[in-house]
Design a protein around this ligand. Structure first.
Ligand code: MG
Ligand code: ZN
Length: 225
């Protein structure tokens, strides 16, 4: 089969991009420092549109919201649908609208942090824009990254997005109740994920019913006692 791909240095605007990524990285470090100084643990949550990120954020808020002071940043192009849903379960939410950008960047997260009382917070859940490709290139200053993949995305979602998994510590395989209908093997998804990153924590979840949420909380090292 014939394959074409850009050669090294052949991609358009490569210098521009390098410069942009460097600026983003510097801002991400500043965000992290600020979060650390205020004792806020931040989790960047990544996944495609419809993978169930918002539902899992809702479940996390419900489960840890009494033990911890939780807030969320909801990244989206233009709507407030996700932010409204998270607010409905009682968390303070900042809507971060990216306009046309398909990822959150450290600058937008910095602006969202400005709107939060960080010294009144323990945990910050950052729901990134629904996309599994470029958010991986734009760290926002979070302490860890969690990827959400739904069984409805088919059997190859994990193998097609290795880079984002390599930079994450937790993978939630969501909508497990639909695995059979999708003819997707949960064990195979887990095997694929571990072949990409052997120390990845893989958790099976059903955001609608709450199945697997305690295991997810444990995998994220959020203490609830
Ligand atoms: Mg969402
Ligand atoms: Zn993007």
């Amino acid at each position: 089969m014939k394959t074409v791909q850009p050669a090294e240095g052949e991609t358009f605007d490569i210098e521009l991009e390098e410069n942009l990524l460097k600026q983003n990285e510097d801002l991400a470090k500043t965000n992290r420092k600020r979060l650390d100084e205020q004792g806020v643990h931040a989790i960047d949550i990544l996944g495609s549109i419809g993978s169930g990120k918002t539902t899992l954020v809702q479940q996390l808020v419900k489960h840890v919201g009494t033990a911890h002071r939780v807030a969320a940043i909801a990244g989206d192009l233009t709507t407030t649908i996700d932010a409204d849903r998270i607010q409905d379960v009682g968390a303070q939410v900042i809507q971060a609208n990216t306009g046309k950008e398909c990822h959150l960047d450290a600058n937008l997260v910095r602006k969202a942090l400005d709107e939060l009382d960080l010294d009144q917070l323990d945990l910050l859940l950052i729901e990134n824009v629904g996309n599994l490709i470029c958010p991986g290139e734009f760290p926002v200053g979070a302490h860890q990254r969690m990827v959400v993949v739904s069984t409805t995305e088919g059997p190859y979602m994990i193998l097609k997005h290795p880079y984002i998994l390599m930079e994450s510590s937790v993978l939630a395989v969501n909508k497990i109740d639909l695995a059979d209908a999708m003819e997707v093997s949960l064990e195979q998804l887990k095997k694929d994920a571990l072949s990409v990153k052997s120390n990845l924590k893989v958790v099976f979840t059903n955001g609608r019913t709450g199945e697997g949420i305690p295991e997810l909380i444990q995998a994220l090292n959020i203490e609830i006692s």
